[in-house]
Design a protein around this ligand. Sequence first.
Ligand code: TMP
Length: 235
Amino acid sequence: MEKQALLYEGKAKKVYATDDANILLVEYKDDATAFNGLKKGTIQGKGAINNRVTNFMMRLLEEKGVPTHYVKELSDRETLVKKVQIVPLEVIIRNISAGSFAKHYGVEEGIVFDAPTIEFSYKNDELGDPLLNAYHALALKLATPEEIETIKRYAFTVNDVMKEFFASIGVTLVDFKLEFGRLADGTIVLADEISPDTCRFWDSVTHEKLDKDRFRRDLGNVEGAYQEMMKRIMG
Ligand code: TMP
């Protein structure tokens, strides 16, 4: 499969066309941003780690019955994926209070919920990815009622699968963000990435943060945390 024109460059990835109109090539960068691009930096080796971690999770989720856009890992940083139209919703699942949840509701981080929460943001950088509910998403025609039901069902399945997997490697899955896409025939599949950029991971014993919060909050040893997650996941 040949890498062709650059179609899109985002904050953490580039997307290229290939010689197959239904397949895209994603290239992961070491660039890191936070707070809607206000904070910028580089995390050495992040691209390769996020590529490999994402693909590992996509393969695991496919096995557990969640359809994904994943096709094939090409290299350290490059992966082939099915072309999708991204549903402009960031789907966030939380098991433990942290980040914007703790801030919005004035609670400490680390409260373990009795049941996971789900929330949506409108994926729109100009507006700062505002929070919205399913009725708002319908009003804005971002997705159909059936698509929202499918997305919710898959998102909770992803949580069940990932919580169990990460527990087995000594990591508590605090929260994470997913994105979904539509294939040409309208089928909803999991897309984008699942990595330390898009999840909060805490060591199960020490509660040490092993994710992008180390970058967002200037906690130091950012590269070390990404490497540690890759080591635990890949064995
Ligand atoms: P939050 O607590 O800042 O709302 O973040 C919730 C989860 O979503 C956390 O695991 C980090 C992830 N996330 C992204 O992947 N992209 C983003 O732009 C933001 C704000 C959060």
